[in-house]
Write a protein that binds this ligand. Sequence first.
Ligand SMILES: [Zn+2]
Length: 343
Amino acid sequence: MHYPGSVGEFQSWFGTDDDCLDYLEWLRWPEGFVCERCGHAGGWRLGDRRFKCAVCGAKTSVTAGTIFDKTRTPLTVWFTVCWMFASGKDGISALSVQRTLEIGSYQTAWAMLHRLRVVLVRPGRDRLGGAVEVDETYIGGEEPGLRGGRAKGKKVLTCIAVEVHEPKGFGRCRMAPIADGSADSLHGFVTDHVEPGATIITDGWAGYRGLDKLGYVHDRRSQRAARLGGEDPGDLLPGVHRIASLAKRWLLGTHQGSGDAAHLPDYLNEFVFRFNRRRSRSRGLVFYRVLELAVAHDPVRYKDLIVDPAPKKVPPVPPGRWGHPPSLERAAVARPWRTVDLG
Ligand SMILES: [Zn+2]
């Protein structure tokens, strides 16, 4: 067993930062230390747990160059957050992490979870294949429990692709925000996420025309034809509609609608990661997978999490009591819940 099978095992395996360092060492250098600078395999372990390359003399720690680089958070806390992130079917919100682990600031808890979201997309991952439904929908901009109905936030046009199996069932999915419903945007999404040769099933929207020239078999389903044939046009693309409703429910449930426009892509990454592992029986295996990706990923700086030229990323604010996290439209809208909820 390379990963803990239960919360009890998790606790007994990772009681100290040294335990966590051992595990990260084994994940990063399963065959033993390899120098990052010159590529030489082999070196000495120093008293402070760093390694020194036997050839070039470079000194490095197992966390250097990973998302744990220069972290001020104890590794035991990092591991516990990873465990909570991986072991819950629906994940965990930054507010729960902050409360459960008594982390001083919401921003710290939020940034840890966002760093984990960023590592989930493995470069060069396989694209979808077989029969793939593709459609686009608006996601985000809703928050439950606000007085006077739902607050209007910024909805983001999101493209969804999902493998459909015969006679029923779904395979893997992918989701990503797109600029608009133009052929450029939709074709770009499809070529990024689906292997050429696959069958792409879409509705009759003109933006999908031309997929056959990109190496795909295009199965266009016309709503008008479905209506004429006595079928429900809403059932043309059951896979993507299922994904869209699951994703929206998950954002409202686990994250209380806090997937604001600037960070929606990261939340979508997490949703896709969870959906594609929904049949994984062992949560420990998911934990192992997250840590493996984390230790293989370059450092993610806090300012990269909150600052991005387009769209402008903003620092996090806890959801709930303070209304929803700032979005680009916040300043322009009336905020009656502010005065209601503070009392
Ligand atoms: Zn070296």
